[in-house]
Design a protein around this ligand. Structure first.
Ligand SMILES: *[C@@H]1O[C@H](CO)[C@@H](O)[C@H](O)[C@H]1NC(C)=O
Ligand SMILES: *[C@@H]1O[C@H](CO)[C@@H](O)[C@H](O)[C@H]1NC(C)=O
Ligand SMILES: *[C@@H]1O[C@H](CO)[C@@H](O)[C@H](O)[C@H]1NC(C)=O
Ligand SMILES: *[C@@H]1O[C@H](CO)[C@@H](O)[C@H](O)[C@H]1NC(C)=O
Ligand SMILES: *[C@@H]1O[C@H](CO)[C@@H](O)[C@H](O)[C@H]1NC(C)=O
Ligand SMILES: *[C@@H]1O[C@H](CO)[C@@H](O)[C@H](O)[C@H]1NC(C)=O
Ligand SMILES: *[C@@H]1O[C@H](CO)[C@@H](O)[C@H](O)[C@H]1NC(C)=O
Length: 422
């Protein structure tokens, strides 16, 4: 019986409606298609990436965010404050985020005690306590090649937000969607509430519309002759930071033009208290290196490019070149390669398209920035370095799959076929 239902259902839904709530079925059974797909747009003003997951309004993608949050209607549903869900929502509460509406412990057991969440703006780091609520998440089911039909999941846990918390986000954004390693992040809720595999892929656009997948592959990018992009990845372990829900990888060295940048051993390590380490972030436009790493990195890059004509530095960058003097290759400007040397001996190699940002007609700059001497992480890999790379965040197996620059495979992140396919 169940099998028949699975076979017919997609077609019925496709023919009749693309707007139906699928929630009760998916909550109890594996979904007929094993993944969801969503377009990713880069906002030119803020360099932030959005997906239309919150009732089709754009939400800022925060890879390291613990929660989904957005503006609420005044009559939004609430969540009981003594519940397990409420405790999960407070897990990554910033120490300085306190609610002036905080209630005495005795209140917890009174009827109508509503749960407070602590949404944080990932750009300004400001927070504003607000009600925990329930929202509807929308995306398209996919076979990995095309969107199939739209699905709406009601009753996903999210936080309300006051309007001022949206400051510094794209003008069109209604909130933030956290993809972090926490109970209430979007991928985790899709896994626990809708039985998708607890993994997702991000392919951030360097131009055009990129793509995010939630669930299991295979995933494809055009042209159609290409094998599944998700079948041909390198993997490195994901490591956890006990103090935040971000994604960290184990990097041993960084090399420029095959030479290791000299910095102390363990400079990139994540310690037991959650300091240091190499994190990935969709809200930092460029990779930020803590000053003790940035300085030798900049020096080494300068030494590897002595023959190339310099141009005046342009904020926020320190090293800029006459781009007319740089060779153009399939992988971007022909500049020294940067090897991010991962534990286990593999490299994530960064080519010109991910290391040089064009800032003027004749100027391109090394697109890495100084994160400051007191930066919490040693390295935060930013959006520009991830663009046109296919990244598979597999929380189930605690590993990160990476493709390196897709131009080398004759495709880009803007090449998902978003036409509905029957
Ligand atoms: C909440 O606290 C902030 C900062 O301490 C204060 O400016 C604001 O007036 C307080 N709001 C209420 C409703 O008490
Ligand atoms: C909790 O929310 C409900 C609406 O869902 C509201 O009627 C009630 O007054 C709220 N309780 C408190 C203590 O704010
Ligand atoms: C809380 O701490 C963060 C980082 O330490 C800071 O940026 C922020 O301004 C502080 N205050 C509030 C109210 O979020
Ligand atoms: C589903 O895909 C269609 C076709 O590409 C698109 O128009 C629609 O906006 C998508 N819906 C969501 C929720 O992403
Ligand atoms: C990784 O990069 C280093 C430094 O550039 C290089 O020496 C090494 O051969 C590379 N390893 C692999 C497996 O490509
Ligand atoms: C940049 O390099 C090009 C080609 O080598 C040269 O024609 C041009 O004059 C240079 N621009 C500046 C500002 O030096
Ligand atoms: C995109 O998908 C549609 C629907 O399956 C198909 O008709 C079309 O040929 C595809 N486009 C390309 C460029 O392959």
């Amino acid at each position: 019986m169940a099998k028949t239902l699975f076979l017919i259902l997609p077609h019925i839904l496709y023919l009749i409606t693309i707007d139906v709530s699928f929630c009760t079925l998916t909550a109890s059974s594996p979904p007929p298609y094993k993944a969801l797909v969503s377009p990713i747009t880069k906002d030119p003003t803020t360099s932030l990436y959005t997906i239309p997951i919150d009732n089709r309004r754009p939400s800022v993608v925060d890879l390291a965010g613990p929660l989904i949050w957005s503006l609420c209607a005044p009559d939004h549903p609430t969540v009981a404050c003594g519940s397990k869900t409420c405790a999960a929502a407070a897990e990554f509460r910033p120490p300085n985020c306190s609610s002036n509406t905080s209630r005495p412990p005795s209140d917890l057991y009174k009827p109508h005690c509503n749960c407070t969440a602590y949404p944080v703006n990932p750009v300004t780091r400001l927070c504003a306590p607000a009600d925990l609520t329930l929202t509807t998440v929308t995306a398209n089911a996919t076979d990995g090649k095309n969107p199939k039909y739209s699905i709406a999941f009601s009753d996903f846990v999210s936080s309300c937000s006051i309007k001022s918390l949206l400051q510094s986000l794209p003008a069109s954004a209604s909130g933030v969607v956290g993809l972090g390693r926490s109970e209430l992040s979007l991928p985790q809720q899709l896994s626990t509430e809708a039985k998708y595999a607890n993994k997702f892929a991000l392919c951030l656009p360097g131009g055009g519309i990129g793509v995010a997948f939630f669930g299991s592959g295979p995933f494809y990018l055009l042209p159609p002759i290409l094998p599944a992009i998700s079948d041909n990845l390198q993997y490195t372990p994901l490591i956890k930071n006990p103090t935040n829900p971000g994604y960290y990888i184990d990097v041993e060295h960084i090399a420029i033009a095959l030479k290791q940048v000299p910095f102390p051993p363990d400079a990139l390590a994540l310690d037991k208290r959650g300091n240091g380490g190499v994190a990935l972030s969709t809200v930092k436009p460029y990779t930020a290196l803590r000053s003790d790493i940035y300085e030798p990195f900049l020096k080494a890059y300068g030494a590897a490019t002595t023959g190339i004509q310099r141009m005046p530095a342009t904020e926020p960058f320190d090293l800029c070149f006459n781009s007319s003097a740089l060779a153009s290759t399939r992988l971007g400007y022909g500049v020294p390669e940067i090897d991010v040397m991962l534990k286990g001996g593999k490299n994530w190699t960064v080519f010109g398209a991910n290391s040089m940002q064009q800032v003027g007609a004749e100027t391109a700059c090394l697109a890495f920035v100084d994160g400051g001497a007191a930066a919490a992480a040693a390295v935060v890999i930013g959006g520009f370095q991830m663009e046109d790379n296919f990244l598979l965040f597999d929380a189930e197996n605690s590993k990160l799959g990476y493709s390196s620059l897709l131009f080398g495979r004759m495709t880009t992140c803007a090449n998902f076929n978003f036409t509905y396919g029957v």
